[in-house]
Write a protein that binds this ligand. Structure first.
Ligand code: FES
Length: 118
């Protein structure tokens, strides 16, 4: 069961369990269910306001995450990921440091999500 720690300098860190095996809940939904004030607007991968930095912790090695074209485009447009970084992630099957909380569905790794608050 993955542990997700939400971190923001203005708030105390909060760690929650993601539901094991569901693979349907986004980080934004998990945050909202736990009253964590992640900044967001569209909720549909269009605006980029929910961009979060992801750190992988624990002893499970992170797997590459498939980013949909829409998420790649938005992360590039808001300057979070360069074209070179995107190519490196694809070639080396590495996870992205930046994700859109409304699109990111965690797997089994324990992660820290650094977010901007509402
Ligand atoms: S809320 Fe708009 S991209 Fe996530």
């Amino acid at each position: 069961m993955p542990l997700i720690t939400f971190s923001n300098p203005e708030y105390k860190d909060k760690t929650v369990y993601a539901v094991a095996g569901s693979f349907t809940e986004t980080v934004l939904k998990i945050a909202q269910e736990n009253k964590i004030p992640i900044n967001f607007s569209c909720g549909d991968g269009e605006c980029g306001t929910c961009a979060v930095r992801v750190k992988y912790i624990g002893d499970k090695s992170p797997m590459g995450y498939h980013l949909e074209e829409k998420e790649k485009l938005v992360l590039r447009e808001i300057g979070k990921i360069s074209k070179k970084q995107m190519e490196d992630m694809i070639v080396n099957d590495l996870p992205s440091e930046w994700r859109l909380a409304c699109q990111f569905i965690p797997r089994d790794e324990d992660i820290v999500i650094e977010y901007e608050a509402l």
